[in-house]
Ligand binder design. Structure first.
Ligand code: GUN
Length: 302
């Protein structure tokens, strides 16, 4: 029977461990979350972040600006937040509108307040194994593996996706944990053959149910980072092969979430796997809270 890797259990464990550290701080940690534009998915993520802060006793400041915001205006906001002593941690929700220079924005965040680990200084620290903020989603995956008793050292790991937010840092963290790591992407010649070698397979491409039986080595540990929203009944019928229960769920809600890995194939083939929802998703927020507390401990001299 395959092991389901329960992200909610691990999230609760991590959040529980943060509580005494928060209580020991001279001042409540402050996280500023900056959202530009009205992307509905980003709004949901930001609201979840703010709610989780409140439940832990962290102070959050939500800064929402219209789609028309310029790079210069955003840089000015970051200057203020960098200088604000009550703010320990800053996050700019991605993706930013296309006209904004995202690289310049990420470089403008004080690396010590950069809870996403996206600043080049923190990317460099990750690369050579120095302490610093690690990107939340891949760091959450490492916590999930560790806290579920899954050995990484010596394993062949394949990461599908090479984004700066997930794929690249994921590969680096697995490498530091002594896996033999391959990164695959849209130009990989024989993706199925590369994935079949994976004892640990990570899907981070943002394409619904893209990784199927041909990609999954029997007995592999499969980590699904994708969160794709389906709004067409025909897509749900195709992916869940006309399963009446899945179609009834879609009919009730009018939408369905699916990861980058095929949900039926993974449950049939993997030794352990993360469901969507409830797998990796909850850990991103847990690691954001953890990075915020770490930033506060540094900033407040603990
Ligand atoms: N958009 C999707 N994932 C993330 C994340 O981890 N951090 C930020 N800032 N934006 C995101």
């Amino acid at each position: 029977m395959a092991q389901i890797l329960d992200g909610k259990r691990v999230r609760d464990e991590i959040l529980g461990e943060l509580q005494p550290r928060i209580a020991a701080l001279p001042r409540r940690p402050g996280l500023a979350v900056v959202l530009v534009g009205g992307d509905p998915a980003s709004e949901v993520y930001v609201n979840t972040k703010v709610k989780t802060c409140a439940s832990l006793g962290l102070v959050s400041q939500k800064i929402i600006r219209p789609e028309s915001t310029t790079t210069a205006e955003l840089l000015a906001i970051l200057d203020e937040l960098n200088a604000d002593d009550s703010i320990d941690a800053i996050l700019v929700q991605m993706p930013l509108p296309g006209h904004i220079d995202a690289r310049q924005v990420l470089q403008a965040i004080d690396p010590e307040k950069d809870v996403d680990g996206f600043h080049p200084v923190n990317v460099g620290r990750l690369s050579i194994g120095l302490p610093g903020s690690r990107p939340c989603t891949p760091n959450g995956v490492m916590q999930l593996l560790r806290r579920s008793g899954i050995e990484v050292a010596g394993k062949r790991a394949v990461v599908v996706g090479r984004s700066d937010i997930v794929g690249k840092p994921m590969a680096m963290l697995l490498l530091h944990a002594h896996a033999t790591v391959t990164i695959c992407h849209s130009r990989t010649v024989d993706l199925a053959a590369e994935c079949q070698r994976a004892e640990i397979l990570v899907g981070a491409i943002g394409r619904p149910a893209f990784l199927t039986a041909e990609h999954i080595r029997p007995g592999a540990v499969v980590i699904d980072v994708g969160i794709n929203r389906l709004t067409e009944r025909s897509e749900v019928a195709a992916i869940w092969r006309n399963d009446p229960q899945s179609l009834a769920e879609f009919d009730e809600k009018g939408r369905m979430l699916v990861g980058d890995v095929h949900p039926l194939d993974v449950s049939a083939l993997a030794s352990a796997w993360t469901p969507v929802p409830g797998g990796v998703g909850p850990l991103t927020i847990a690691m954001l809270m953890s990075n915020t507390v770490e930033a506060a401990e540094r900033h407040q001299g603990c």
